[in-house]
Design a protein around this ligand. Structure first.
Ligand SMILES: C[S@@+](CC[C@H](N)C(=O)[O-])C[C@H]1O[C@@H](n2cnc3c(N)ncnc32)[C@H](O)[C@@H]1O
Length: 353
């Protein structure tokens, strides 16, 4: 196993190196540890915050000094990546990078970091929508789920993977004072941004909960409408989420979700790339498999309301992938689409009513 510690020589970077070295020695691991201090080399890994740990070419953590127990866990997993942890770290870093005041020695790549571009290639223009909050718009969505969500005044709306709250504030403009909007996200820095935005606007009926959307911190049959924008593709277990959406929707409730789907397969080197995964591209599944998961969860009236072709700019490919991987990717002719899909939750009678 090859462990690389990325850092520009700051104290935290050296502390991280020392703690990883200690754990490697204690566990008698055969892993090799190298320091990477050159800023250009660090950027090539696609990390946004240092210090960072890369194991066998994959970013494992960034912007923090993990506990010894966590490092031991990495070693015992022999480099197997916890994809959820990777996604959480990337979006925490993105939230931090979007705050100008976070520019400091340990965040050398923010906020004009070119590798951020992979997260924003699918974004939509929200600026003319009622409820638009510029500070909540990080450009990381891939559609406009509220457009087809049929939100009514007084509705309870839940937004899965709410980020800085972009879609929640648009939904709030539709539910009005009598409704309620609940955003759920697992990245603490995103939640902090979202809560600040809600406070700034003086909203008392928009709240942000910390949690994993695969196990939402909400009782059964809470929501009239569930929306989500460019999030479900990031879940390693795509089969679980639509069952969870079904559980949290009220009988007769519905969802409207924008997400990325594929037609064709990426080369392995492409799917292994952390930025391409967390950027919602390599994490996507085949379109028919996605729709089939919705059917399997017993939703009715499933409709793809909108399909948009996604083109990855050459600049983004070059920033994140080597030439050979780009060549293989282009030869594969994979179709990448952002779809906005709706579905309805029927009743629990099992067809008797
Ligand atoms: C591509 S961003 C989209 C953010 C927001 N929907 C928007 O359009 O601005 C994905 C968001 O989903 C969150 N996320 C990813 N997986 C999650 C999970 N399993 N549970 C909760 N939040 C998750 C990330 O932290 C991130 O804020």
């Amino acid at each position: 196993m090859k462990i690389e510690i990325l850092g520009t020589g700051c104290k935290r970077c050296n502390d991280l190196y020392e703690v990883v070295k200690k754990v490697v020695e204690e566990t008698q691991s055969t892993a090799t540890i190298t320091k990477v201090e050159d800023i250009m080399e660090i950027m090539n890994f696609g990390v946004m915050t240092t210090p960072a740990v890369v194991i066998d070419g994959k970013i494992i953590s960034q912007g923090s000094i993990p506990k010894e127990s966590k490092i031991k866990n990495w070693l015992s997993q022999n480099g197997k990546i916890d994809l959820k942890e990777l996604v959480k770290q990337q979006y925490n870093a993105l939230a931090l990078a979007s705050n100008d005041q976070q520019k400091c020695c340990c965040n050398p790549l923010a906020p004009a970091n070119p590798s951020k571009k992979v997260y924003t290639i699918m974004s939509e223009d929200y600026t003319k929508l009622k409820g638009y909050e510029p500070d909540a718009d990080l450009g990381v969505g891939c559609g406009l789920p509220t457009e087809y969500a049929g939100i009514k005044e007084g509705d309870i709306v839940v937004d899965l993977g709410s980020g800085a709250g972009n879609d929640c504030f648009i939904a709030r403009a539709e539910t009005g004072e009598t409704g309620r909007v609940i955003g759920i996200d697992f990245a603490p820095q995103m939640l902090e941004k979202a809560r600040k935005n809600a406070t700034k606007r003086g909203y008392t009926n928009v709240e942000f909960l910390e949690g994993d959307i695969e196990n939402m911190p909400l009782p059964d049959k809470t929501a009239d409408v569930i929306v989500s924008n460019c999030v479900l593709n990031l879940l390693p277990r795509k089969d679980k989420i639509f069952k969870e959406i079904y559980r949290v929707l009220k009988v007769g409730g519905h969802f409207c979700i924008s997400d990325v789907v594929l037609n064709g397969h990426f080369p392995k080197e492409f799917t292994d790339n952390a930025s391409m995964y967390a950027g919602c591209i390599a994490s996507a599944i085949q379109r028919e498999d996605y729709l089939s998961e919705i059917e399997k969860a017993n939703f009715t009236e499933i409709k793809v309301e909108r399909t948009k072709t996604v083109i990855i700019p050459d600049e983004v490919l070059q920033e994140n992938l080597d030439e050979e991987t780009i060549r293989k990717y282009k030869a594969g002719n994979v179709g990448i689409y952002s779809i906005t899909v709706t579905g309805k939750r029927g009743c629990d009678c099992g067809g008797r009513c």
